[in-house]
Design a protein around this ligand. Structure first.
Ligand code: SAM
Length: 331
């Protein structure tokens, strides 16, 4: 499927819940979460209807996100159903890793291809601070278990924050010297809750690169499957790679290939800007009285229209948004 700017759309990020077992300072407010009701959230069957339809239109990759995808009960069954759809190349997941030690093997068996783990610090006290109570040991055990379960190509997502983890950029980069992982530095975006932060400042990709150059030479890394928008380099001689996602200082809109499905059933055109199309109402409608071509064809037509409408709402370029609620849209 091509959008109006001739961008090929072949990737759907699926937010399976707005619940999370952490409360990261830049993502969730300390109190007063605005959560969806259970009945508002798509069930797995409904997610699969949308996903299957997407595949008919050219989607071949899914990523499960949230909220925290591992907090959704039975998530492995969704992974399995999505991986079984003919034409799907890859089902991946972005997780905070807290529950990964219990899930890694199950997910591997279910057909999950790749895991990105969000980790902004390697210091237990700071981790507890950023996540408002998380235990760093759980994430380390999760990473270990993922490696033991046969997940290769692990990626660590590090949101760079001045005054919070800017003193660990080099340490994160050093991890790639001996480990075949990708550490990806992501610029802090101005979401609704981030706006209220006073102690986490912005640190650009350029600043992060400058710090890393002090510990070694950076050389371009070869492209690999599933690299997405990151600009990739390697410390000379390193086993792993470094990725830089300058979502703020240089958004990758021109090559953006994704749509998003929110947990409450909206097809969303862009993380930060653009519009949404409600597909839940299409899936939940009763087409028994459909006049012309029968219920399935009627629903199919509406879903196709919804996908194209969402794709064509994708902005050519965005300059961020301070209104987005990351845990609802799915980061
Ligand atoms: N719970 C999962 C996790 O932690 O990976 C998936 C959802 S989380 C919203 C997805 C990603 O969004 C995480 O890597 C998180 O760091 C990132 N994120 C959340 N708020 C952000 C912000 N304001 N700026 C940049 N990245 C953000």
């Amino acid at each position: 499927m091509l959008d109006k700017n001739s961008r090929k759309i072949d990737y759907l990020r699926i937010s399976v819940t707005d619940l999370c077992n952490l409360r990261c300072i830049y993502c969730r407010p300390e109190q007063g979460l605005d959560l969806f009701k259970r009945s508002e959230i798509l069930d797995f069957e409904e997610i699969c209807v949308v996903a299957q339809h997407g595949v008919k239109l050219g989607i071949n990759k899914f990523r499960l996100t949230g909220g925290e995808p591992l907090a959704r009960k039975g998530i492995e069954s969704l992974v399995e159903q999505l991986a079984d759809i003919e034409g799907v190349d890859e089902v991946a997941m972005t997780t905070n890793g807290i529950l990964l030690k219990d899930f890694a093997q199950i997910l591997k068996k279910a057909g999950l291809a790749r895991i990105n783990i969000s980790l902004d610090t390697m210091r237990p006290d700071k981790f507890a601070e950023i996540t408002r109570g998380g235990n760093l040991r759980d994430v380390f055990l999760g990473i270990e278990q993922a490696e033991k379960s046969g997940f290769t190509n692990l990626k660590l997502n590090v949101v760079t924050m001045a005054g919070v983890n800017d003193d660990e950029i080099e340490d994160f980069a050093r991890l790639t010297l001996e480990k075949e992982i990708e550490v990806r530095f992501i610029e802090l975006m101005a979401t609704r809750n981030r706006k209220k932060l006073d102690h986490a400042g912005f640190l650009s990709t350029e600043d992060a690169i400058r710090k890393i150059k002090k510990i070694g030479n950076l050389v371009p890394a070869f492209a690999k499957k599933g690299n997405g928008p990151a600009k990739r380099f390697q410390l000379e001689g390193a086993k792993g790679t470094l990725g830089f996602i300058n979502a703020v200082t240089n958004p990758f809109c021109g090559t953006c290939n994704r749509l998003r499905l929110t947990s409450d059933g909206k097809l969303r055109s862009c993380l930060l800007k653009g519009g949404e199309v409600d597909v839940k109402s299409i899936i939940r409608a009763d087409y028994n009285d459909a006049q012309n071509n029968g219920p399935t064809m009627r629903r199919d037509k509406l879903l196709t229209d919804a996908f194209y409408k969402a794709a064509n709402m994708k902005p050519s370029y965005h300059e961020g948004s301070d209104k987005v609620i990351m845990y609802q849209v799915g980061g």
